[in-house]
Design a binder for this molecule. Structure first.
Ligand SMILES: [Ca+2]
Ligand SMILES: [Ca+2]
Length: 216
Protein backbone atom coordinates (compact mmCIF):
# COMPACT_ATOMS: atom_id res chain seq x y z
CA UNK A 1 0.00 0.00 0.00
CA UNK A 2 1.27 3.42 -0.85
CA UNK A 3 2.18 5.52 2.14
CA UNK A 4 -0.51 7.86 3.39
CA UNK A 5 1.06 10.70 1.47
CA UNK A 6 0.39 14.09 2.91
CA UNK A 7 -1.70 12.78 5.78
CA UNK A 8 -1.94 15.02 8.77
CA UNK A 9 -2.17 18.28 6.90
CA UNK A 10 -5.70 19.59 7.05
CA UNK A 11 -7.68 22.37 5.55
CA UNK A 12 -8.40 25.20 7.92
CA UNK A 13 -11.99 25.56 9.08
CA UNK A 14 -13.34 28.80 7.69
CA UNK A 15 -14.92 30.16 10.84
CA UNK A 16 -13.46 31.96 13.80
CA UNK A 17 -11.39 29.83 16.08
CA UNK A 18 -11.71 30.11 19.82
CA UNK A 19 -9.37 27.41 20.93
CA UNK A 20 -7.27 24.80 19.29
CA UNK A 21 -6.75 21.22 20.21
CA UNK A 22 -4.24 18.85 18.73
CA UNK A 23 -6.10 15.85 17.42
CA UNK A 24 -4.13 12.87 16.19
CA UNK A 25 -4.94 11.96 12.63
CA UNK A 26 -5.51 8.34 11.77
CA UNK A 27 -2.32 8.20 9.73
CA UNK A 28 -0.67 7.58 13.05
CA UNK A 29 2.24 9.90 12.47
CA UNK A 30 0.89 13.39 12.36
CA UNK A 31 -1.64 15.63 14.00
CA UNK A 32 -4.18 18.13 12.77
CA UNK A 33 -5.41 21.26 14.40
CA UNK A 34 -9.12 21.35 15.06
CA UNK A 35 -11.37 23.66 16.98
CA UNK A 36 -12.22 22.81 20.56
CA UNK A 37 -15.21 25.09 20.27
CA UNK A 38 -16.27 25.00 16.63
CA UNK A 39 -18.56 28.00 17.09
CA UNK A 40 -21.42 26.61 15.06
CA UNK A 41 -19.20 25.00 12.46
CA UNK A 42 -21.06 21.68 12.80
CA UNK A 43 -24.54 23.14 13.01
CA UNK A 44 -25.60 22.38 9.46
CA UNK A 45 -26.15 26.03 8.63
CA UNK A 46 -24.86 27.42 5.39
CA UNK A 47 -23.58 25.48 2.42
CA UNK A 48 -22.41 22.41 4.25
CA UNK A 49 -19.03 21.21 5.32
CA UNK A 50 -16.15 19.61 3.47
CA UNK A 51 -13.75 16.79 4.32
CA UNK A 52 -10.93 17.98 6.58
CA UNK A 53 -8.44 15.14 6.85
CA UNK A 54 -7.04 12.29 4.76
CA UNK A 55 -7.13 9.04 6.69
CA UNK A 56 -5.93 6.74 3.93
CA UNK A 57 -5.03 6.86 0.25
CA UNK A 58 -4.14 3.79 -1.78
CA UNK A 59 -4.09 4.35 -5.55
CA UNK A 60 -2.58 0.91 -6.20
CA UNK A 61 -5.07 -1.02 -4.06
CA UNK A 62 -6.13 -3.06 -7.08
CA UNK A 63 -2.67 -3.23 -8.62
CA UNK A 64 -3.19 -0.51 -11.19
CA UNK A 65 -0.71 2.12 -12.20
CA UNK A 66 -0.84 5.32 -10.12
CA UNK A 67 -1.56 8.66 -11.70
CA UNK A 68 1.02 11.27 -12.57
CA UNK A 69 2.56 13.00 -9.57
CA UNK A 70 0.46 16.12 -9.94
CA UNK A 71 -2.70 14.03 -9.49
CA UNK A 72 -1.66 11.93 -6.48
CA UNK A 73 -1.83 14.44 -3.64
CA UNK A 74 -4.80 13.28 -1.51
CA UNK A 75 -4.89 16.64 0.27
CA UNK A 76 -6.43 18.09 -2.87
CA UNK A 77 -9.65 16.23 -1.99
CA UNK A 78 -10.04 18.36 1.15
CA UNK A 79 -11.92 21.60 1.43
CA UNK A 80 -14.37 23.08 -1.04
CA UNK A 81 -14.22 22.29 -4.78
CA UNK A 82 -11.29 23.99 -6.50
CA UNK A 83 -10.28 21.70 -9.37
CA UNK A 84 -8.69 23.17 -12.48
CA UNK A 85 -8.16 21.84 -16.01
CA UNK A 86 -4.38 22.29 -15.81
CA UNK A 87 -1.85 21.63 -13.00
CA UNK A 88 -2.12 22.13 -10.13
CA UNK A 89 -5.27 20.12 -10.72
CA UNK A 90 -6.76 20.48 -7.24
CA UNK A 91 -8.11 16.92 -7.40
CA UNK A 92 -6.68 13.49 -6.63
CA UNK A 93 -6.89 10.47 -8.90
CA UNK A 94 -7.91 7.32 -7.06
CA UNK A 95 -6.16 5.08 -9.57
CA UNK A 96 -7.89 2.16 -11.27
CA UNK A 97 -9.59 0.39 -8.35
CA UNK A 98 -7.83 2.64 -5.83
CA UNK A 99 -9.26 4.13 -2.66
CA UNK A 100 -9.29 7.15 -0.40
CA UNK A 101 -10.73 7.62 3.09
CA UNK A 102 -11.59 11.14 4.21
CA UNK A 103 -12.64 12.33 7.66
CA UNK A 104 -14.71 15.28 8.86
CA UNK A 105 -13.21 16.21 12.25
CA UNK A 106 -14.26 18.09 14.28
CA UNK A 107 -17.72 17.40 12.80
CA UNK A 108 -19.38 14.18 11.71
CA UNK A 109 -21.48 13.33 8.70
CA UNK A 110 -25.14 13.58 9.70
CA UNK A 111 -28.36 13.35 7.74
CA UNK A 112 -31.36 15.66 7.43
CA UNK A 113 -34.02 12.95 7.83
CA UNK A 114 -35.56 13.70 4.42
CA UNK A 115 -35.03 12.48 0.86
CA UNK A 116 -32.68 15.39 0.20
CA UNK A 117 -29.00 14.52 -0.40
CA UNK A 118 -26.72 14.25 2.62
CA UNK A 119 -23.36 13.64 0.95
CA UNK A 120 -21.96 14.93 -2.34
CA UNK A 121 -18.85 13.55 -4.04
CA UNK A 122 -17.39 16.27 -6.25
CA UNK A 123 -15.48 14.66 -9.10
CA UNK A 124 -13.17 16.36 -11.56
CA UNK A 125 -13.22 15.63 -15.26
CA UNK A 126 -15.00 12.58 -16.61
CA UNK A 127 -17.49 11.11 -14.17
CA UNK A 128 -16.35 7.72 -12.92
CA UNK A 129 -18.16 5.48 -10.51
CA UNK A 130 -16.97 4.80 -6.97
CA UNK A 131 -18.35 2.68 -4.20
CA UNK A 132 -19.11 4.56 -0.99
CA UNK A 133 -18.70 3.20 2.55
CA UNK A 134 -19.21 5.15 5.75
CA UNK A 135 -17.20 4.81 8.96
CA UNK A 136 -19.41 4.94 12.10
CA UNK A 137 -18.49 7.22 14.96
CA UNK A 138 -17.56 5.75 18.33
CA UNK A 139 -21.14 6.45 19.44
CA UNK A 140 -23.00 5.04 16.43
CA UNK A 141 -20.86 1.93 15.99
CA UNK A 142 -23.19 0.03 18.31
CA UNK A 143 -26.36 1.53 16.85
CA UNK A 144 -26.04 0.10 13.36
CA UNK A 145 -26.83 -3.62 13.76
CA UNK A 146 -26.95 -5.59 10.57
CA UNK A 147 -25.54 -2.89 8.35
CA UNK A 148 -21.89 -2.74 9.42
CA UNK A 149 -19.73 -4.98 7.28
CA UNK A 150 -16.82 -7.09 8.44
CA UNK A 151 -14.56 -4.17 7.55
CA UNK A 152 -16.35 -2.00 10.12
CA UNK A 153 -17.96 0.22 7.50
CA UNK A 154 -21.48 0.73 6.16
CA UNK A 155 -21.73 0.36 2.39
CA UNK A 156 -24.08 2.85 0.74
CA UNK A 157 -25.45 2.74 -2.79
CA UNK A 158 -24.33 5.82 -4.67
CA UNK A 159 -25.88 7.18 -7.84
CA UNK A 160 -23.73 6.70 -10.93
CA UNK A 161 -24.66 10.14 -12.21
CA UNK A 162 -22.71 11.95 -9.52
CA UNK A 163 -25.71 13.51 -7.84
CA UNK A 164 -25.88 13.69 -4.07
CA UNK A 165 -26.39 10.65 -1.90
CA UNK A 166 -29.43 10.40 0.37
CA UNK A 167 -28.15 8.38 3.30
CA UNK A 168 -31.57 8.44 4.97
CA UNK A 169 -32.99 6.33 2.17
CA UNK A 170 -30.26 3.75 2.59
CA UNK A 171 -30.67 3.54 6.37
CA UNK A 172 -34.41 4.15 6.67
CA UNK A 173 -34.86 1.25 9.09
CA UNK A 174 -32.50 2.78 11.62
CA UNK A 175 -33.21 5.68 13.99
CA UNK A 176 -32.11 9.11 12.85
CA UNK A 177 -29.58 9.53 15.65
CA UNK A 178 -27.78 6.39 14.46
CA UNK A 179 -27.09 7.97 11.08
CA UNK A 180 -23.85 9.72 11.95
CA UNK A 181 -20.43 8.87 10.56
CA UNK A 182 -16.88 10.09 11.05
CA UNK A 183 -15.44 9.36 7.62
CA UNK A 184 -16.19 8.13 4.12
CA UNK A 185 -14.22 5.65 2.02
CA UNK A 186 -14.41 5.83 -1.75
CA UNK A 187 -13.18 3.01 -3.96
CA UNK A 188 -12.92 3.44 -7.70
CA UNK A 189 -14.83 0.80 -9.64
CA UNK A 190 -12.28 -0.62 -12.06
CA UNK A 191 -13.10 -1.17 -15.70
CA UNK A 192 -15.57 1.66 -16.20
CA UNK A 193 -15.46 5.29 -17.19
CA UNK A 194 -13.13 7.04 -19.59
CA UNK A 195 -9.60 5.68 -19.99
CA UNK A 196 -7.30 8.47 -18.80
CA UNK A 197 -3.72 7.23 -18.45
CA UNK A 198 -2.47 10.30 -16.56
CA UNK A 199 -5.36 10.31 -14.11
CA UNK A 200 -6.72 6.75 -13.86
CA UNK A 201 -9.86 6.08 -11.88
CA UNK A 202 -12.21 8.62 -10.38
CA UNK A 203 -10.70 12.05 -9.70
CA UNK A 204 -11.94 13.47 -6.40
CA UNK A 205 -12.06 17.23 -6.00
CA UNK A 206 -14.05 17.48 -2.74
CA UNK A 207 -16.45 15.61 -0.48
CA UNK A 208 -19.29 17.67 0.93
CA UNK A 209 -21.40 16.97 4.00
CA UNK A 210 -24.69 18.81 3.73
CA UNK A 211 -25.75 18.16 7.33
CA UNK A 212 -22.67 18.28 9.53
CA UNK A 213 -23.18 17.63 13.23
CA UNK A 214 -20.99 17.86 16.32
CA UNK A 215 -19.31 14.60 17.29
CA UNK A 216 -21.30 13.44 20.30
CA1 LIG B 1 -31.36 12.86 3.47
CA1 LIG C 1 -10.02 19.97 -4.55
Amino acid sequence: MRACRGCGRATTPIRRRTALTLLLAACGRSGILVEENPDGLCSGDGDGFFATVVLDYDPILAGGDPADDEATDPQTALGSPDARPTPPLGAVSLGEGGSITLGFAPCVLGTDGTSAPDLVIHEHGFLEYTTVALVPTARTRGLLPGVIGLDGRVAIDSPADGSGIDIDAALADLPLDAREFSAVRLVDVAGQGEVTADTPGADIDAVQVLTPRPDR
